[in-house]
Design a protein around this ligand. Structure first.
Ligand SMILES: *[C@@H]1O[C@H](CO)[C@@H](O)[C@H](O)[C@H]1NC(C)=O
Ligand SMILES: *[C@@H]1O[C@H](CO)[C@@H](O)[C@H](O)[C@H]1NC(C)=O
Length: 411
């Protein structure tokens, strides 16, 4: 599983130099205390929203490559919030409580909300509430449905109700710094599909500004020896455990096909090395990337229209071909909206890129070109020819083939 780790406030607090040291320390602490298993935790009242809004939000987040925890099961047994749930909340970077009409009727929801707000205070977890078809006023001032539910609870759990009220007030208020949320009725004129898009966008940008994997976005940090060695370590761990190396051109497929394939491979319990931004990495990473390819059992290059414009993609491809020659490593190319014939015969769209590379990397360029042409003759999948371009069918085929090959290689 691709664990993400966090640096808080990296984007906002200057000066960067001082920060690199603090960030590293914070990172070390976090690394030991909190494993980030999930990106997002969805907390909601099942009967109100499970089959509609939550389902839509969940699938949209997953499709965007976000790792989501959704408590999809029946209510927990016993009186306490289960330790797994608590651990899941604490392992998340962002919690989205969806406060709906019947939310306060469930003592589980309320207990969960208390834990969420605690985690927000103690561990700095981001909380982005969605107020789903409810009035903020009712929640904050205890009126309407919310007051009714809380009064009922008062008879049975008098000790807890005060805490629940406080959590409800906190989640609605600007009292807690960093809390932002949406009111479904007034966001995008009540258009829920738009609301889902907005929430997904916000989540992605939050993950981007806090993700350790985006560290290279802060070049000054990269000059910090500690961060660098941490990154090295991080990469090393993934490298040793990957079975499949996925290479793709970020601008073409990162948010679509590659993300989807990655999710499905992981769901099939296949360990994937998915470097989502090699172009930003410094040179020192190159060697490690090559090592990673060498240690994988299968390489999957997703050759797309702009693949050749990236020298990183070409370097990876060349390495794959080399590993096939020296170690018989398997390569499963996906020709994503490109034609292998065009590749083999160097159609102008690719030729242009190679000509540019030749100016800057005259020594390497010929090797890249050879590898590129060679891969064109490998057996793979042409996306447009599979199930009329239905990408989910293609993903199924790829996952099936990878599983089969991995199984065979074990026996
Ligand atoms: C990708 O390639 C197409 C055509 O070859 C070009 O028009 C487009 O600008 C490229 N996109 C990027 C992000 O490089
Ligand atoms: C790579 O090498 C092995 C063994 O030499 C071979 O069986 C395999 O088909 C080759 N090609 C690809 C594309 O994997």
């Amino acid at each position: 599983m691709n664990k993400r780790r966090v640096l808080y406030g990296l984007a906002t607090v200057p000066p960067l130099v001082l920060l690199s040291v603090c960030a590293y320390k914070a990172l070390q602490r976090k690394r030991h205390s909190l494993p980030w298993n999930y990106d997002v935790y969805l907390s909601f009242r099942g009967p109100d929203t499970r089959s509609c809004f939550v389902d839509f939000l969940y699938t949209s987040l997953v499709a965007a490559g976000v790792h989501v925890f959704r408590d999809n099961d029946a209510l927990p047994v016993g009186e306490e919030i289960g330790p797994e749930l608590l651990r899941a909340i604490r392992s998340c970077r962002i919690v989205i409580p969806i406060i709906s009409e019947q939310y306060a009727q469930s003592k589980w929801c309320l207990r969960e909300l208390v834990k969420i707000m605690d985690c927000h205070k103690e561990h700095g977890i981001s909380v982005f509430p969605v107020f789903y078809k409810v009035e903020l006023y009712d929640i904050r001032s205890g009126s309407g449905n919310f007051e009714e539910a809380l009064s009922k609870h008062m008879r049975v759990w008098p000790d807890e109700v005060a805490g629940w009220r406080k959590a409800l007030t906190m989640v609605t208020g600007p009292m807690v710094t960093g809390l932002k949320g949406w009111i479904s009725q007034i966001t995008a004129n009540g258009n829920e599909a738009e609301l889902v898009k907005i929430v997904v966008g916000r989540v992605l940008s939050e993950l981007k500004t806090t993700g350790i994997e985006r560290l290279p976005l802060f070049p000054i940090l990269m000059s910090n020896h500690h961060i660098r060695s941490w990154y090295h370590h991080h990469l090393e761990k993934r490298r040793l455990h990957s079975q499949v190396f996925l290479a793709f051109r970020r601008c073409d497929t990162r948010d679509s096909f590659a993300a989807y394939l990655h999710i499905k491979l992981v769901a099939a319990k296949i360990r994937v090395f998915y470097d989502d931004d090699t172009s930003l990495l410094g040179k020192f990473i190159l060697e490690e990337l090559m090592n990673t390819i060498e240690h994988s059992k299968i390489s999957i290059p997703i050759i797309s229209q702009n693949f050749t414009s990236s020298r990183w993609c070409l370097r990876e491809l060349e390495c794959m071909v080399k590993c096939n020659k020296t170690k018989g490593q398997k390569i499963l190319p996906i020709f994503y909206k490109v034609n292998p014939w065009d590749m083999k015969h160097m159609s102008p769209c690719f030729e242009v890129d190679f000509r540019k590379h030749k100016e800057n990397y005259p020594n390497e360029c010929e090797g890249w070109k050879r590898a590129f042409k060679e891969v064109a003759s490998f057996k793979g999948w042409e996306s447009e020819k599979i199930a009329n371009g239905h990408e989910s069918e293609l993903v199924k085929l790829v996952v099936g083939e990878v599983s089969r090959l991995l199984k065979n290689s074990q026996t």
